[in-house]
Design a protein around this ligand. Structure first.
Ligand code: OMP
Length: 277
């Protein structure tokens, strides 16, 4: 999927919501535990309930890998289900990968060759040769960690370069633009750091940003949109727990739908206000 197609989906659905499929077996409603694949059963119902309000899904690999081979089967079935039933939806593997080039090549093959993800989250720490292998697949995207939503973001990401005065996350944004373009590179910016989005937009005016941290982590969608929207929306805002665990009972899918609709309606108003729909 290219940038224009993603923007058109956003306009069509009047939403830039990414639903995080962080499916924790310990939080799945008890009645689903009797099915042969509780994680997939949960995901399928969540997807069917929220697809009309979301333009992207983001399974976080930790939730699947932690279940061993069974979890990987649930993930594969989830990917296949989305691709078959909702092919217009942008599918992100939240894996935060990155290693020496030879190894990154195989990570890239895992997500883009073996599985049919549209994008994968990548850590920039090991530099250019660790990131570029993910960019060799046409139509596929790298989503590079820039300024993350967690407290630990302050450990390294704000360290200033003595020569340029740039903070580390600014260096990541600037340097990585030599590796890819706005057609294959997005950045993660946490919603909890929304006040930084204006400065970030000055460096990357046209790139899409994946913004996690609204909902359970308390980031403000309004602030994210006011500081981060660009002429093609340029934002995918993720909420995981705030949507998929809106209820832990038999009505979980219905409640997830309501939660997704609520966010979509707020997004629609923000898109209208910005003249994007
Ligand atoms: O790369 C990410 O998606 C990510 C980056 C970041 O800075 N902060 C962050 O929360 N995430 C992920 O986004 C999701 C947030 O989940 P909720 O807090 O439940 O909405 C989790 O899957 C996190 O691993």
């Amino acid at each position: 999927m290219n940038q224009q197609q993603l923007f058109e989906e956003i306009q069509k659905k009047r939403s830039f919501l990414c639903v995080g499929l962080d499916t924790d077996i310990q939080k799945i409603p008890p009645h689903l535990l009797e099915t042969s694949d509780p994680v997939f059963s949960f995901n399928k119902e969540i997807i069917d309930a929220t697809a009309e309000f979301s333009v992207a899904y983001k399974p976080n690999l930790a939730f699947y890998e932690s279940l061993g081979s069974k979890g990987l089967v649930s993930l594969e079935k989830t990917v296949a289900y989305i691709k078959e039933n909702y092919p217009e939806i942008f599918l992100i593997a939240d894996a935060k990968r990155g290693d020496i080039g030879n190894t990154s090549n195989l990570y890239a093959r895992a997500f883009f060759g073996e599985q049919d993800f549209d994008a994968v989250t990548v850590a920039p720490y090991m530099g250019e040769d660790s990131v570029k292998p993910f960019m060799t697949y046409p139509g596929k995207w790298v989503i590079l960690l820039a300024l993350t939503s967690n407290k630990g973001a302050f450990d390294f990401q704000f360290i200033e370069d003595r020569e340029t005065g740039d903070k580390l996350f600014e260096t990541v944004l600037k340097k990585s633009q030599q590796w890819g373009s706005e057609e294959n590179l997005m950045y993660v910016v946490g919603a909890t750091k929304a006040e930084k989005l204006k400065e970030i937009r000055a460096i990357v005016p046209n790139h899409f940003l994946l913004v996690p941290g609204v909902g359970a982590q308390g980031g403000s969608l309004q602030e994210v949109a006011h500081n981060g929207l660009n002429s093609k929306c340029g934002l995918l805002v993720n909420s995981s727990r705030g949507i998929i665990y809106a209820s832990g009972e038999v009505d979980f899918a219905e409640k997830a739908k309501e939660a997704a609709r609520e966010v979509q309606q707020e997004m629609e108003a923000l898109l209208q206000e910005a003249g994007l729909i």
